[in-house]
Design a protein around this ligand. Structure first.
Ligand code: ATP
Length: 893
C-alpha cells in the first residue's frame, strides 16, 4: 500500500510516532544515525589534491618548471632546487587561498540552509532540515519549503505549489483523508506534501514518511541538481582584465629579454630571467585572493548578523542608493502592547508592560472594571478568540517572565484580554472554532467561524480598521446592533486617525451572528455585512539604534524609505520619529499606488519616503519605478508574496526570524536579527570589501610594474641583471603575497560611510587608480635601478644585486601602507591593521635571513650589507612615498 492510502492511525503505527507529541529526541537521534541525513546527494566536489595540482597548471609556471629542469640538467642544481621550492610554496599559498575560499562558500551555504519546525518530546522546535527523520511530526505554514515527504494529518486551508515535481504551477488544495486508487500521480496525492515543493497558503501538520534520496525529489535529484557558483561583476571584470594583463606582461618581459640580448647578455640567462619575470608579473593569484577577500568579508558580515546568500550582493551593496524597509520588526521592535481601546464612541487606556498580563483599564484618570462595559468586554473577548498567540509564564530566579509564542499583534490582543481577566482557555472551553480564514496582507484581515455552548454560531473578524469598516453595515452601540450611519462611520474614522496619529498600530474587531449549521465557504461571504465592535491601538516602539543607522545611511548618500501595511497616519508618525520623513517628503498609500500608472509613479518616486497600506504587489511597482530612475534598490521582505519584489530588487533582503523560506530563497541577503541596523552594517562591509579588493589590486599591480621596469631600465642602460631569477620569484611570493592578503583584511577607512555610493558601472581602475599604479610602479622601478647602478660603480655585482633586491623589497613594503588610503599614506595610522604589520615585519625578517644566513646566501645570490648600505637602501626605498605625499600636499594647496 502507498502512504496516501493509509489512515492517519496506520501511518502513526507504521512510523512508530505520535501525531500529537512527535518523536522522542533519543529515538530521532537513533533514526538519524541509521538512515543518515535528510539531504540530496551533492554533486562531486574537486578533491583537495586536484585543487593543489591545479595550481601548477598555469602556462607560465609550466614554462618556468621546464626552464628549471633545463638549468638543473646543465648543472645549476642549487638554482633549480630553489626555484622548484619557491614554485611549490607558491602553489601551497594559492591552494590555501582557494581552499579557504571554497570552505567559506560552503559554510555560507550551510548558514542559509532551511530549517524545519518539528515536534520532539512534545514541543515544537526549529531544526536544520537535514536532521529531520522519518516519523517526525512537521508543521507547515504558508511560505515554507517542504523539507521531506509527508503524509498530512491536519490541514487548515493548505495549498501547495508542486511545480518542481509535477510541472503544474497551480497550487493544489490539500486534505488529510486517506485516498484510494492504486497508482495516483503525485499531483493527485492530495494528502501528501513532497520535499522541495512549497506551501503558498494556509497551514498543516504532517508525518515524515521518507527523507533524503528516498523522497520523490530524491528520485529525480540528478535531474535538478545544479551547483550555483556565481561570479561577482568584479570577478568577471578581473577575468577580462587578467587576459589583458597577461598579454601586457608577456610583451614587456619579452621586451626585457630582447633588449637584454641586444645589449650583450647571453640568451640562456636572459631566458630564465624572462620566464621568472613573467611568472612574477602575471597576477595569476588575483582571482583567488579576490575570492578570499570576498569570503572573509562575508564572514565579517555574518558576525554583524548579515548573511550573504549570493556573493555578487557583496559588491552591489556598496552601490545601493535606496533602502526600502518594512516597518514592523525591522524599524520597530515588533513587541506590541495594546494601550488604547475604543468602542461606542469612548476611548479607554490600558496600563502594563510587555506581554505581562497585568494592567489596569482607565477612562481618562479613573480606573474602571471592564465587566461594566459590555462592548469593551466583547472587543477584548473577540480579539482574543481571533488570536493564536500564547503567552507563557517562565519562572526565573528574579520572578516571572512572560514569553510570547506567535504573532506579536495577536500577542498584544491576548495580553489585553488577560489583563481584563478574560482567560485564553475560553478559546476551547466556551467556544469551538469551526473554521478559519487566515490573515493575509492583501486582505489585511482574518476571520473565524465559532460556535458557543448554546450552539449559536458567529463570524468574528479582525483586521485593519478601514477594511473592516468598509465591510461593516452595523455597529455595536449602546449594547445594540445599530445601522452604520454616515455620522457613526465618521466617528470610527476619527477614532482610528486619533489612535494612528499617536503612532499606534490599529486593529478593528467585528462580528456577525450566523444561522446554526451555516459555514461560509469563502472569505468574501464571511467577511461581509459585519457589525463593527471597536478598535484596539497598540504601540510598537521603534528600535533604539535605528535612528542613528538611518542618519548614517543619509550621510552615505543612501535614502531610506518605509514601506508598511499599517495605517498612513501611524506610518507617518513613526517615520517622523525615525527621521525617515523629512519636512518636504511625500507619502503615498496603497490606494494611490494602485491607481497610479507606472510612469506617474516614476515621476514622483524620488520624493516619496513613506508608503502605507501597501500590499505586497505594490512593492514590485515601487522597485521598478526606483530602478527606472537609476536607483540601486535594496528591498526587505518577509512574506511569501514579497518574493517577486525581493527578486526584482538589486539587493533582496529577507528577514531571518520572521521570513519565509521562499522569501529567503529569493533574497541575496538575510538579516539574522531582522534589524534595519544590520542593513547599514552590511552596506558598510560591502563598501569596505570592494575598497580592500581595490587596495590589493593596486598593490600587486604597482609591484609588478616596478619589477618589470627595474629589469627593463637596467637592460636599456646596458647594465648586468639587477635581480637574479630566484630573487624575482622571492619578491613575488613573499613581498607581494603576504601583504596583499593582509590588505584584504584592512579595516574600513573612516570615510567609507561618508561618501556617495559607488556607481555600478565603475571600472576597476576608476577614481585615479591607474595613475596610482603606474606612478608608484615607475618610482619604485627608478629608485631600485638607481641604487643598483650606483652600487655597481664601487662594488662587485653580487653586492649591487643584493642592494637592488633590498630596495625593491623595502620600497614595496612601504608602498603597501600607501595603498590603504585613497588619499595619502599619512591619512591612516599604519599600525591599525595588525595583519599587515605582521606581514610586513615577517617579509622584512625573511629578507634579513636571506641576506645574512650563509646557506641561503648561496641560494639567493646575496651578500651581507653594512649599516651605511642599509641607510642608503632605506633612503631610496622611502623616497617614492615621501615624494608622492609631498607632491599631493603641494598640489592640494
Ligand atoms: P510591514 O510591512 O512593515 O511589516 P505591517 O506588518 O504593518 O507592515 P501587515 O502585516 O500587512 O503590515 O499588516 C497590515 C495591517 O493588517 C495592520 O496594520 C493591521 O491593521 C492588520 N493586521 C496585521 N496583523 C494582523 C493579524 N494577525 N490579524 C488581523 N489583522 C492584522
Amino acid at each position: 500500500m502507498k502512504w496516501y492510502e493509509h489512515s492517519i492511525d496506520d501511518v502513526e503505527k507504521k512510523m512508530q510516532t505520535n501525531g500529537s507529541s512527535g518523536l522522542l529526541e533519543n529515538i530521532a537521534k537513533k533514526r538519524l544515525e541509521k538512515h543518515g541525513y535528510n539531504a540530496l546527494n551533492e554533486a562531486e566536489k574537486t578533491s583537495p589534491l586536484l585543487m593543489f595540482l591545479a595550481q601548477f597548471r598555469d602556462f607560465m609556471v609550466m614554462v618556468l618548471l621546464a626552464a628549471t629542469l633545463i638549468s638543473g640538467l646543465l648543472g645549476e642544481y642549487i638554482d633549480a632546487i630553489a626555484i622548484l621550492l619557491i614554485v611549490f610554496l607558491n602553489g601551497i599559498l594559492g591552494f590555501i587561498q582557494e581552499f579557504k575560499a571554497e570552505k567559506s562558500l560552503q559554510a555560507l551555504k550551510e548558514l542559509s540552509a532551511p530549517k524545519v519546525r518539528v515536534m520532539r518530546d512534545g514541543v515544537w522546535k526549529d531544526i536544520p532540515s537535514k536532521e529531520v527523520v522519518v516519523g517526525d511530526v512537521v508543521s507547515i505554514s504558508s511560505g515554507d519549503r517542504i523539507g521531506a515527504d509527508l503524509r498530512l494529518i491536519e490541514v487548515k486551508g493548505l495549498y501547495i505549489e508542486e511545480s518542481a515535481l509535477t510541472g503544474e504551477s497551480v497550487p493544489v488544495q490539500k486534505h488529510s483523508r486517506p485516498l484510494t486508487g492504486a497508482d495516483l500521480t503525485l499531483g493527485d496525492q492530495e494528502n501528501m506534501a513532497f520535499m522541495g515543493t512549497m506551501a503558498v497558503k494556509g497551514s498543516g501538520v504532517g508525518i515524515v514518511v521518507s527523507t533524503g534520496m528516498n523522497t520523490e525529489m530524491g528520485k529525480i535529484a540528478d535531474l535538478i541538481q545544479k551547483t550555483e557558483t556565481m561570479a561577482t561583476p568584479l570577478q568577471r571584470k578581473l577575468e577580462e582584465l587578467g587576459k589583458i594583463l597577461i598579454a601586457v606582461s608577456l610583451v614587456l618581459t619579452s621586451l626585457v629579454v630582447v633588449v637584454g640580448v641586444w645589449k650583450g647578455h647571453d640568451l640562456y640567462s636572459m631566458f630564465l630571467a624572462g620566464v621568472s619575470l613573467a611568472v612574477a608579473a602575471i597576477p595569476e593569484g588575483l582571482p583567488a585572493i579576490v575570492t578570499v577577500a570576498l569570503a572573509m568579508g562575508v564572514q565579517k558580515m555574518i558576525k554583524r548578523k548579515a548573511v550573504i546568500r549570493k556573493l555578487p550582493a557583496v559588491e552591489t551593496l556598496g552601490c545601493a542608493t535606496v533602502i526600502c524597509s518594512d516597518k514592523t520588526g525591522t524599524l520597530t521592535q515588533n513587541k506590541m502592547m495594546v494601550t488604547h481601546l475604543w468602542s461606542e464612541g469612548k476611548e479607554w487606556q490600558v496600563s502594563g508592560s510587555g506581554y505581562e498580563p497585568i494592567g489596569e483599564f482607565y477612562d481618562e484618570d479613573r480606573a474602571i472594571q471592564v465587566e461594566q462595559y459590555k462592548s469593551l468586554q466583547q472587543l477584548l473577548t473577540f480579539g482574543l478568540l481571533c488570536s493564536h498567540a500564547v503567552i507563557r509564564e517562565e519562572k526565573t530566579k528574579k520572578g516571572s517572565r512572560y514569553i510570547l509564542d506567535g504573532d506579536p499583534t495577536e500577542g498584544a490582543l491576548v495580553t489585553a484580554a488577560m489583563k481584563a481577566g478574560i482567560h485564553p482557555k475560553l478559546r476551547t472551553s466556551d467556544f469551538q472554532i469551526i473554521k478559519e480564514f487566515p490573515f493575509d496582507s492583501n486582505r489585511k484581515m482574518m476571520s473565524i467561524v465559532i460556535e458557543d455552548q448554546s450552539g449559536q454560531r458567529y463570524i468574528v473578524v479582525k483586521g485593519a480598521p478601514d477594511v473592516v469598516l468598509a465591510n461593516s453595515n452595523r455597529i455595536l452601540w449602546n449594547n445594540k446592533q445599530t445601522p452604520m450611519t454616515a455620522s457613526l462611520e465618521k466617528q470610527v474614522r476619527e477614532a482610528t486617525e486619533g489612535l494612528a496619529s499617536q503612532a499606534l498600530r490599529t486593529i478593528a474587531v467585528a462580528y456577525k451572528p450566523l444561522r446554526s449549521s451555516q459555514i461560509p465557504n469563502h472569505e468574501n461571504d464571511a467577511e461581509a455585512n459585519l457589525t463593527f465592535i471597536g478598535l484596539q491601538g497598540m504601540i510598537d516602539p521603534p528600535r533604539a539604534e535605528v535612528q542613528q543607522a538611518i542618519r548614517n545611511c543619509h550621510e552615505a548618500g543612501i535614502k531610506t524609505v518605509m514601506i508598511t501595511g499599517d495605517h498612513l497616519t501611524t506610518a507617518k508618525a513613526i517615520a517622523r520619529d525615525l527621521t525617515i520623513l523629512p519636512k518636504e517628503g511625500q507619502t503615498l498609500d496603497g490606494h494611490a499606488l494602485s491607481t497610479m500608472s507606472t510612469s506617474e509613479l516614476e515621476k514622483v518616486v524620488n520624493d516619496v519616503y513613506v508608503y502605507a497600506r501597501v500590499s505586497p504587489e505594490h512593492k514590485l511597482k515601487i522597485v521598478k519605478a526606483l530602478q527606472a530612475n537609476g536607483h540601486i534598490v535594496a528591498m526587505t521582505g518577509d512574506g511569501i508574496n514579497d518574493a517577486p519584489a525581493i527578486k526584482a530588487a538589486n539587493i533582496g533582503i529577507a528577514m531571518g526570524i520572521t521570513g519565509t523560506d521562499v522569501t529567503k530563497e529569493a533574497s541575496s541577503l538575510v538579516l539574522s536579527d531582522d534589524n534595519f541596523t544590520t542593513i547599514r552594517a552590511a552596506i558598510e562591509e560591502g563598501r569596505n570589501i570592494y575598497e580592500n579588493i581595490r587596495k590589493f589590486i593596486r598593490y600587486l599591480l604597482a609591484s609588478n610594474v616596478g619589477e618589470i621596469l627595474v629589469m627593463l631600465f637596467a637592460m636599456l642602460m646596458a647594465l648586468p641583471l639587477p635581480l637574479v631569477p630566484i630573487q624575482i620569484l622571492w619578491v613575488n611570493l613573499v613581498t607581494d603575497g603576504l601583504p596583499a592578503m593582509a590588505l584584504g583584511l584592512d579595516p574600513a577607512e573612516g570615510n567609507v560611510m561618508k561618501r556617495p555610493p559607488r556607481r555600478p558601472d565603475e571600472g576597476v581602475f576608476a577614481r585615479g587608480m591607474a595613475w596610482k599604479i603606474i606612478s608608484r610602479g615607475l618610482l619604485i622601478g627608478i629608485v631600485t635601478v638607481i641604487g643598483f647602478a650606483y652600487t655597481l660603480q664601487y662594488e662587485e655585482l653580487l653586492k649591487a644585486q643584493t642592494v637592488a633586491f633590498s630596495i625593491l623589497v623595502c620600497a614595496q613594503l612601504i608602498h603597501v601602507f600607501d595603498c590603504r588610503s585613497e588619499r595619502s599614506i599619512f591619512h591612516r595610522n599604519p599600525f591599525e591593521n595588525f595583519y599587515l604589520v605582521l606581514a610586513v615585519l615577517s617579509s622584512l625578517l625573511l629578507l634579513i635571513v636571506v641576506i645574512y644566513y650563509p646557506p641561503l646566501q648561496t641560494i639567493f645570490h646575496t651578500t651581507p650589507l653594512s649599516i651605511r648600505e642599509w641607510i642608503f637602501i632605506s633612503a631610496l626605498s622611502a623616497f617614492p612615498m615621501v615624494a608622492l605625499a609631498g607632491f599631493t600636499f603641494l598640489t592640494k594647496k
